[in-house]
Design a protein. Sequence first.
Length: 346
Amino acid sequence: MHRETAAVTLGRGPGAPGDPVNAGVTFSSTFHAGGDIVYGRNSNPTWEAFEDTVGALEGGSAVSFASGMAAIDAILDLVDSGGMVVAPAGAYYGTRRLLGALGRRGVAHQLVDVTDTAATVDAARNADVLWLESPTNPMMEVCDIAAVCGGVSGGPLIVVDNTFATPMRQRPLELGADVSVHSATKLLAGHSDVLLGVAVCADAARADALREHRNVHGAVPGPMEVFLALRGVRTLAVRLDRSEASARVMAERLEGHVAVERVRYPGWGTVVSFEVAGGATAAEAVCDAVCLVVHGTSLGGVESLIERRNRWTGEEDTPEGLIRLSVGLEHVEDLWADLDAALSGR
Ligand SMILES: *Cc1c(COP(=O)(O)O)cnc(C)c1O
């Protein structure tokens, strides 16, 4: 089955006559004794529909969490005191902040340039976890996941933050990773209306360990959020196709724009980062001037979003004038007219 078909058809139940076509949203904290689901922290039928679908798309066993950060935290919490995590210098700033906090319980980390395969393999050799993210948020660095995984095989647990690519474009478990993790808040759910995370494991026992972690730490997703995210996954393939086509046009035109110094775009995907001449002030002016594109954080929704990343604490290493553009589903000519006017001070 193609991924596009799997995204639409899985997680619906057996389909006996009279059954609802959609997995329902199950608002119940407890369940009649004697079944597999006993309590709402242990599981929920809506979670299972979402997890079956995303698990199949990534080729593993999926566990949903209250947010992307909750999923990332659960994975990193599996590292014992004295352990070491190697991660991208350009990893999502929330991940880098969490890695910093892990120091308190004796887990060290080292940041590497994951575009440098040899350096990454070298650094990861003695690590417990090799954390990857590709493309990175917001610098759009791409890691050769297959080459890195091949270089360290038999070594650390390899985790890939697959938020930007989604399983429609990149399947980390097929490339040799052990876990693929998402901020499902972004492209998977796709409508900027939920916070949700999901971790997909190649090994069912590791998924069980994450389920146990979710159960005892309590970072459980709400059934309504999971229902909305599954609804988002149903249209992921077509949303991605449209946003990606528009992002390509935007990237090409930004390359040729006099106000733009540099475009960071890997040639695919729905996010384009670019640096404007004039640094922070000029970039903030562009963000304030757009009318159609929304000035706000996050990405992967139906509406296009821009923001200057360096305005956040923890993003001091990103260029001051760097703007991250998440391309949504508006007509590309409307998007370009808006951004071009903002860049040109019209
Ligand atoms: C947003 C994001 C996260 C964090 O996810 P939340 O759902 O906001 O907790 C993690 N990784 C990447 C790449 C992200 O873009």
